[in-house]
Design a protein around this ligand. Structure first.
Ligand code: AMP
Length: 403
């Protein structure tokens, strides 16, 4: 069975076609700069790559190009072979703790949640309709980035605001990156705990341009750092993470701007970029840091300290920790950022790190970077959100077939 995993953003559409249940990737790629005359369509298949720069006015055209490419390159014989299109949906609110069939009722719920995710939710719906038009026979499924975090208790997900507002406006912590955290935690339980989730205490650090940390007990999420939106939690590429809420009013007064303008600063001009003044990309910040740029050094240290603070908080929340996972762009590739974070938690957690392994476990190399003497194991594990989309889409299709 072929399953298409789709991640539709406001001006992009990423895709990967899987043969399931083998989890074999037949092709993958993306359309970016959708809405522009110089948009880009890329497809990679069997060691080949094709890239075109052309006008892609909307997501429908991007899907048409994809279908054309699938047939043109002989990747599939019949469109009917694609039995499932599995869509990533960032915000599932309080409604979804699992992936579901993407039908009219799911569409209604996702529409209702647009105020909680005005950036992504409309794009998900556009992507859903575009695929429905070209692959009407395929079952559409929705995989929510918030679903894995639905096991949090009230004490962990509520903000101490009037309860009435929390309930009426769904103003609470939902978290994000749940698909990635679930993939990493499930993989870690298989690889490091013999598949037995019971009794495990894991802290999972997804450190990419967006970054979040999740604490999992018995394989289930008990706490996560992102909040109502992906702005909360640890410091990120351009986002500030958790701050004193009064900063918003104070900055609005100082700068004589409205709350939207401050929100924009906290979302797009803060984090590594805001402190370093160099870039939101950890590679640029690291390079500037090595070259002696003091603000870049401060940005790196601040990023590490905020991450370490959350690891400490989750160590207490879990009543200890057996394994710390590093993943995503920074977590998988930057031994420097890992080292700074580990230095901040080393003493308290009794860690012993193999420096050579920390240096060399980059670009997809995975494994433990802690020594056998370490009180807590530390692992680098590359994440794979797309395979989770394919797995859930496949599972739902099989279940549907049995009904
Ligand atoms: P992600 O959001 O997981 O794709 O992570 C992207 C971010 O990871 C980039 O903006 C960089 O800050 C960081 N990064 C650090 N090293 C690398 C690398 N070798 N390859 C890709 N991203 C990297």
């Amino acid at each position: 069975m072929l399953v298409m995993a789709v991640n539709a953003g406001s001006s992009s559409l990423k895709y990967k076609l899987y043969k399931m249940p083998e989890e074999e990737v037949l092709c993958g790629g993306l359309a970016e700069r959708i809405g522009h005359d110089d948009a880009i369509f890329k497809i990679k298949f069997g060691g080949n790559e094709d890239k075109q720069v052309l006008p892609i006015p909307d997501h429908k055209e991007a899907v048409r190009l994809l279908i054309e490419a699938l047939k043109g390159h002989g990747i599939i014989k019949n469109l009917e072979d694609i039995e499932v299109v599995s869509h990533r949906v960032v915000q599932g609110g309080p409604y979804y703790s699992h992936s579901v069939v993407f039908d009219d009722s799911a569409e209604e719920k996702i529409k209702e949640l647009i105020p909680l995710d005005p950036l992504h939710a409309p794009a998900h719906l556009i992507g859903y309709h575009a695929f429905k038009e070209y692959l009407p026979h395929a079952l559409a499924t929705a995989v929510f980035d918030t679903a894995y975090h639905q096991t949090m208790e009230k004490e962990d997900y509520l903000f101490p605001i009037p309860l009435e507002y929390a309930e009426k406006f769904k103003c609470r912590r939902f978290g994000a990156h749940g698909t990635s955290h679930q993939y990493l935690i499930e993989k870690a339980i298989r690889d490091y705990f013999g598949g037995k989730a019971e009794g495990t205490k894991i802290i999972c650090c997804h450190l990419g341009s967006g970054a979040s940390i999740t604490a999992a007990k018995n394989g289930k999420c008990v706490a996560t750092s992102m909040g109502l939106t992906p702005l909360g939690g640890i410091m990120m590429g351009t986002r500030c993470g958790d701050i004193d809420p009064s900063v918003c009013n104070y900055l609005a007064d100082c700068l004589k701007v409205d709350s939207d303008a401050v929100y924009d600063i906290l979302n797009k001009k803060s984090g590594l970029l805001g402190i370093s003044g160099v870039s939101n990309d950890s590679r640029d910040v690291e390079e500037a840091d090595w070259a002696g740029n003091e603000n870049a050094h401060l940005a790196s240290k601040l990023f590490a300290r905020r991450t370490a603070d959350f690891i400490g908080q989750y160590f207490v929340r879990l009543g200890g920790v057996d394994l710390i996972i590093f993943s995503a762009g920074i977590g998988e590739n930057s031994s420097y950022f890992r080292k700074l974070i580990l230095e901040d938690i080393l003493e308290a957690l009794g860690l012993d790190i193999d420096e050579k392994k920390n240096e060399t476990y980059i670009r997809g190399k995975e494994g433990l970077i802690s020594t056998p003497d370490s009180k807590v194991r530390v692992a680098v594990i590359p994440t794979d959100e797309e395979v989770m989309l394919a797995r859930d889409g496949y599972k739902i299709k099989i279940k549907e077939g049995k009904l």
